[in-house]
Design a binder for this molecule. Sequence first.
Ligand SMILES: Cc1cc2nc3c(=O)[nH]c(=O)nc-3n(C[C@H](O)[C@H](O)[C@H](O)COP(=O)(O)OP(=O)(O)OC[C@H]3O[C@@H](n4cnc5c(N)ncnc54)[C@H](O)[C@@H]3O)c2cc1C
Length: 500
Amino acid sequence: MKAEIDINRIIIVGGGTAGWMATCYLQRFLSRVDSKITLIESPSIETIGVGEATLPTIVRFLRNMGFDEQEFMRECKATYKLGINFHNWVRKDHNYWHPFGVCGSIIDGIDLFHFWINAGRQSNESYSDYSLQAQIAENGKAPNFKEDVSKIIENGAYAYHLDAGEFANYLKGKAVSSGVEHVFADVDEVSLNSEGAIDYLTTKEGNKYEADLYIDCTGFHGRLISEAMKVAFIDWSEYLLCNKAVALSFEKNSKMNANTNSVALEAGWSWQIPLSDRLGCGYVYSSDHKNETEALDELMDLMSDEYVLSDEPKNLTIPVGHRSQFWKGNCLSLGLAGGFLEPLESTGIHLIQYGIETFMDYFPDRKFDTSLTSAYNKKMTSAYEESRDFLMLHYYLSQREDTEFWNDCRSTKQPVSLEALLNLYDESGVIETMTTRAFPATSYFHILSGGERYPRRPLAMTNVSDLTKVNQIMLSIKERNLVLTEQSPDHKMLIDLINS
Ligand SMILES: Cc1cc2nc3c(=O)[nH]c(=O)nc-3n(C[C@H](O)[C@H](O)[C@H](O)COP(=O)(O)OP(=O)(O)OC[C@H]3O[C@@H](n4cnc5c(N)ncnc54)[C@H](O)[C@@H]3O)c2cc1C
C-alpha cells in the first residue's frame, strides 16, 4: 500500500547548504508523488559561506542521493577527513586525536577502550594509537585508492572537507536539473491565516507564493520561523562562551593531511581545513576575552609564513542555541534558522541532515498533527543538547590556566545531562549516547582519554575475557594498521589524481 501524501506544494526559502540539502532530499524522496518544490533564494543576502568540515553521516546523504563520489569531490574541492587532531587543548604542546570509526576492533563484544584502560594506558600509549583512521591521517595518507575501495570507504567510516559555496552550487545543479523550481527573490512578507499557520509569502517584487509546507532555511535571520511564527530562541551562551568567528582562506599548500586541525588559542580555537585548492582557516573566540583585531592578529601569528592569504578576513557573530520549536504548524526550520553550535565537531551540516531525515520519519499531511510536531521537536532538541554536551566536554577537560578564557570555560554552568554522563563514565567506563548517531561511545572515549580523564576501573565485563588473547589481538591490530597505512596512497597525490 502506498502512503498517501497530500502535501502537494513545498516552498523552501534560502539557498545555502540547508536549503539545497533539503531540496535534494525532498525531491528524491517525493519523486513518485505529485509534489512541486520551489526554492526561493535572495539575490541580495549572501549565504554564510563557511562550513567546510563534515561528519561520516554525510556519506549516507551522498549515497542516498545517488551522487558519484569523485564527481562530488571534484566539484566541491573536497578532500578526505578521517578525524580531528586537537593541539594545545589539554595544555600547550599536548596533542590528541578524535578519529572516525571503530577504534581498532570490538573485542568479545566490548570496545577496545576498556581493554586499553587495563593494558595500553600503563605503557603510555594512546587509545587512538589503535585507530587506522588516525594512523592514515597522521602519515599524510588517503583512506582510498582511485579504483579500489578500502574497508574505511566500504564502512562509510570517513567524511570530507568541502567548499561550502561549491557544495551549495553542486546541490543546486542536481536539484534544478531534476525539476525543482528556483526563484531569485527576497521574501518580504509572510502572511498568516487565522489559525496562525503560514498562508502565503510575498516577495519584494510583489509576487505571491503559496504552499502546503514552508521550510525556513534563511540562516540566522529565521525569516519565517522567528520573525513570522514568533518562535523563541533558546540562548546557550552560558554553556559555550565563543560567540564570534573570523574566517580566512590561504592559497594551496603542499601539506594536505586527511584530517582537520583544531588548535586551542588564548580565547577559543582555530580550525585548519585542507581543500583541494586552498586551506580554509579560522578562529572561533569569545568577544568577552578578545576583540576582532586581537583575534585576527593571534590567528595570523599562528600561521607560518609559508601560507599566503587569498581572501579578505570574514568576521561573523555566532549566536549559540536553538529554536524552542524547530517545527511549528506548517513551518519547518533547518540549518542556522533552526539553531547553531560552534563548529568544533562539524555538527552544522550533520544537524541539517538529521533534521531532514527525522522530518521524513514524521512526514505530515495537511492536518499537521501536533503528535508529529512534538515528537520531532523533542528529538531535535535532544540532538542539539547531546551535541552541546559533547562540545562542552572538550573545554571542561582542558587543564590550561594561562588565560582567563580557559579558566572561565571550566566554571561555566554544567548541564545535568553532562554531569550524569560524566558520573556514569567515572564509575563504570560506560557512555550512554542516544539520538543522532553522530558521536558513538568511541568518540567520547577519544575525547575523554585525550583529555586524561579515565574511569575508576575498567568495564566489569572485561574480567571475563582471556587477557592473553586480548593482548595478542591488540598487538595484531597495531601491526595490521602499520601495513595498511604503508599500503595506502598519499592523500595529496590521490586528490590531485581525482582532480586531473
Ligand atoms: C564560523 C562558522 C564555521 C562553520 N563551520 C562548519 C563546519 O566546519 N561544518 C559544518 O557542518 N558546519 C559549519 N558551520 C555551519 C554551517 O555553515 C551551516 O550550518 C550551513 O552553512 C547552513 O547554512 P544555512 O543554509 O542554514 O544558512 P545560510 O548559508 O546563511 O543561507 C541562508 C540563505 O537564506 C537566504 N535568505 C535569507 N533571507 C531571505 C529572504 N528574506 N528571502 C529569500 N532568501 C533569504 C540567503 O540569501 C541564503 O541563500 C559553520 C558556521 C560558522 C558560522
